[in-house]
Design a protein around this ligand. Structure first.
Ligand code: ZN
Ligand code: ZN
Length: 421
């Protein structure tokens, strides 16, 4: 096979896995494909988008639509638009997507972006634009965070993104290498990707069952620059890979996914945590940073690069100064094994233990979907416009599980699981 033909074959297998395992499209469902409204899906993803559409129709989809976007438009807006115009927002896109969510349709988000797109531009304007985006986007993020429908986030290669990861390669080689990484970590290179995914999902489920049965009251993290104790609220639920949506579809929200996660108690975080990977947020890269917690609240941030953007993120709203997710990933995960950063949360969060600033997923608390906002918050759940994962794991990290009576057990040692299932 020519390499072009081989690439097309893999793209097809990848698209099928996304449709069958990620979204698990049902007969007669409609599908909307986008990437975070106001951005849309990059044209660079077009060959992949078309394969997804073919696979979706083959699986019985009734209608597939895409919201395309041109990221250069975003950059030139940040450069040229009037400084007081950051409140402008394409609310018609929100209405369109909400219409599909209310109809029980499926939602696919394709990350295909230049992580440095907005680097060096007016941080006030970009911060304002990001906040307006989060406010307008909140009906969708709320629907997604309670799994109203089957949804999935995946990636497609992008020239500048690939060049950022592999600066030593030619642009064409870099893009090819990023595609290799995407295909391998999403199991698209396996003879039967769908079967490989079913097996992987079963293995992850065993980890979450073990942690669920333990029902720890807190986790303590120790690593260079990190000594953090996170409370886990009563009724916390460990989740991995699959979820059941309100529309009755069992789906896998992220491809790749290697994490086992739950929610921390928004009031119980003490100590300091050092990030082990840079964080790509709203088009900027925050590097070498740490956060200090008291009573669950971030009381101090420090970053060698883009500290102001990090501070803005934490100041977005009350919930952005607290945590909403705690996720465990062994340091030997297939994504970590690739030995490089992806500058994309979708991949980097699956290379490392991570926690998230902001909103907790309702489904990580037993019965959480049925609670009012006040009830969810008083049970320890966090609410916020943001949900931003950042990486804290490393081969130097030890994690203890602490039971309600104070006894401790090893959960991870030197970045690896400390228990068998
Ligand atoms: Zn996560
Ligand atoms: Zn997350």
């Amino acid at each position: 096979m020519s390499s072009k033909k081989a690439h097309q074959e893999l793209l097809k297998k990848y698209a099928e896995a996304v449709v069958k395992v990620g979204l698990n499209i049902r007969e007669g469902q409609r599908l909307i494909i986008t990437y975070s409204v106001s951005r849309g899906v990059s044209f660079h993803a077009a060959p992949f988008v078309r394969e997804v559409a073919k696979a979706a129709y083959a699986a019985g989809a009734r209608y597939v639509d895409v919201i395309w976007g041109d990221e250069e438009m975003l950059r030139l807006r940040a450069e040229n638009a009037p400084r007081d115009s950051f409140t402008e927002y394409p609310s018609w896109q929100i209405n369109g997507i909400m219409n599909m969510i209310e109809n029980g349709d499926a939602l696919l988000s394709i990350a295909c972006i230049n992580p440095d797109l907005l680097n060096g531009l007016d941080t006030e304007f970009i911060g304002g634009m990001q906040k307006v985006h989060l406010q307008n986007y909140s009906p969708i993020s709320m629907a997604v965070s309670r799994n109203a429908i089957n949804w999935c986030v995946v990636a497609s290669s992008h020239p500048e993104w690939a060049q950022k990861i592999f600066p030593e390669l030619t642009p064409a080689k870099a893009e090819e290498k990023l595609w290799d990484a995407i295909f391998e970590t999403t199991r698209s290179t396996q003879p039967d990707p769908v079967a490989a995914w079913q097996e992987h999902i079963q293995n992850l489920k065993k980890r979450s069952k073990y942690l669920q049965d333990k029902n720890y009251s807190a986790l303590q993290y120790k690593a260079p620059g990190t000594d953090l104790t996170l409370g886990l609220p009563r009724g916390h639920k460990w989740i991995s890979a699959q979820a059941l949506a309100e529309n009755g579809v069992v789906f896998t929200a992220n491809m790749p996914t290697e994490e086992t996660f739950t929610l921390p108690d928004r009031h119980r975080a003490e100590g300091v945590v050092a990030a082990t990977f840079p964080l790509s947020y709203g088009g900027s890269l925050i590097e070498d940073f740490s956060l200090t917690f008291e009573n669950g609240r971030i009381v101090k941030v420090h970053a060698k690069k883009n500290e102001a953007i990090l501070q803005k993120l934490v100041d977005t709203d009350e919930g952005s100064s607290r945590l909403g997710e705690v996720a465990l990933v062994p340091a030997s995960s297939p994504i970590a094994k690739r030995g490089h950063l992806f500058y994309s949360t979708l991949f980097d969060e699956n290379a490392s233990c991570h926690i998230a600033i902001g909103r907790a997923y309702r489904f990580t608390l037993i019965g959480g979907e049925e609670l009012t906002e006040e009830e969810f918050v008083s049970a320890g759940g966090n609410t916020s416009l943001n949900h931003v994962d950042f990486m804290i794991g490393s081969p130097q990290m030890d994690i203890d599980g602490i039971k309600e009576d104070g006894t401790r057990e090893p959960v991870m040692r030197q970045g690896e699981w400390a228990f068998d299932t």
